[in-house]
Design a protein around this ligand. Structure first.
Ligand SMILES: [Zn+2]
Length: 169
């Protein structure tokens, strides 16, 4: 089951959101660990999907666990329906919290693998609402991914994001 829609509230403090998310995970049988709590906190703070490598490189997480543990936790969260794994270019994996009522329509740069979230006011949102109403399904979500080359990568051969990635390796 998805995380409750209250997590989308702008007014709810992060600490409370984290508590709700942790309770949700514990109800699904996950142990309350520092790594899990840190992953959830970082994901709650950021409003967009995060690449697992970026997540693993978060200074707070680096102190808590190694990248493969981060990946294992994310896969477990995916199995439990707490996060979605989003399609991304190449072999990078992006994860987003599965919050009831939130969908991610995205565009991915095939060159620098940058992910941008598209505004939600496009015609597909009407279609999504219609699908929900017609099928009476619960927990309906969709993923729409466009691929292309971002303006920075078009302009310069060396997009700053590619350079950043290379520098960090
Ligand atoms: Zn790019």
């Amino acid at each position: 089951m998805a995380l409750p829609t209250t997590l989308l509230s702008k007014r709810l403090p992060l600490a409370e959101k984290l508590q709700i998310a942790m309770q949700h995970c514990r109800a699904k049988g996950l142990r309350r660990t520092h790594s899990l709590s840190t992953i959830l906190e970082v994901m709650l703070k950021g409003e967009r999907p995060i690449g697992w490598a970026d997540l693993a490189e978060n200074p707070r997480l680096r102190a808590a666990c190694n990248p493969s543990s981060v990946f294992r936790i994310l896969i477990r969260l995916e199995e439990l329906g707490v996060v979605h794994r989003l399609a991304a270019a190449r072999r990078s994996y992006y994860f987003a919290l599965n919050v009831e009522g939130r969908t991610y329509d995205q565009i991915v740069c095939t060159s620098c693998v940058h992910v941008e979230i598209l505004p939600r006011d496009h015609p597909l949102e009407d279609f999504a609402r219609e699908v929900r109403a017609r099928t009476q399904y619960r927990g309906v979500y969709h993923q729409l991914t466009f691929y292309g080359v971002c303006p920075q990568c078009q302009e310069k051969q060396n997009c700053p994001r590619i350079k950043m990635r290379a520098d960090s390796q």
